[in-house]
Design a protein around this ligand. Sequence first.
Ligand code: BTN
Length: 335
Amino acid sequence: MPLPATGAREAILGLFRQASEGFVSGARLSEALGVSRTAVWKQIRQLRQLGYRIEAIPSRGYRLCATPDLPLAEELHTGLSTRIIGKEIRYFTETDSTNRQAYALGEAGAGEGMIVIADRQSAGKGRLGRTWISPPGVNLYLSVLLRPPLPPYAAPQLTFLSALAVSRAIAAVTGLAPTHKWPNDVLLDGFKVAGLLNEMSAESDRIRFVVLGIGVNLNMTADQFPADLRAPATSLLLAGGRPVPRALFGRTLLEQLDSLYAEYLRHGPAPIMAAWEAHCDLVGKAVTVDEGSGTALRGTVVGIDRDGALLLTLADGSTERILAGDVRLLPENNQ
Ligand code: BTN
């Protein structure tokens, strides 16, 4: 049976990468894929349209000369060793929001672990109705569909899981040391490098699905950040001085997500929360938290609880449990 299109292209790329001399004949490709030479040629043409540079020399065959820096399924699947996450990948050159697409696919019955990824988003969604700046060619915009067999109150725990996966992927690919900011930011030297937006569909007692939305600034340059950003932001390129291949980062992230999700399903949220908290430099700090009501609470961060709520000690000694809000560090932390 002929392979579906992405599978056929992945198989062709796999054969190119294995070829010791670089060249693979059209006959060999057609035999390995079980399709006609014309069908092989069509797939080669599509690979070229996606940005792969493929040389064709009569009597020798085809050779892969250059791979585009795109988070394509063909690239993410190369060497991917996950069990659940990223088995199915939907890639868009452009979409409004990968979260919106993944949510619609979730409602239509898409399977656990499916991911939606895009080169650019025209209406990238941030937290609290904000916009996520999503230019083409530089960053990672990814949404993962999960169907954990859990009650709705557990869903926020997955935000911490995705933050941990992002910071571990950053450390693995760049050697940089990110920190976590409650509830959903990953920072480098105090500058935001990644944001998370998790959205859920649920019944009263069970989650139908959760979409983990992840935006990571990989190769954005200083002039690509809007001047009026609410919080100071950076990219891995700006912080580490080197561009990061998007497919390599994407694959590393999918592997981190996959192993943390397996750990979460086996052992519950406690190990994830503890690992997240170990790289959260808010604990012990004086902060204000705006819960969206306009008035901000002022206190000292004690930590986060099992459900991911922020625990804050107020001036009167009482402890407040906060489920959502914007945290700001107070200047007295620097004295
Ligand atoms: C935030 O910090 O406000 C959350 C930002 C989340 C952005 C990502 S990019 C991929 C996914 N699709 C979206 O529309 N948003 C999330």
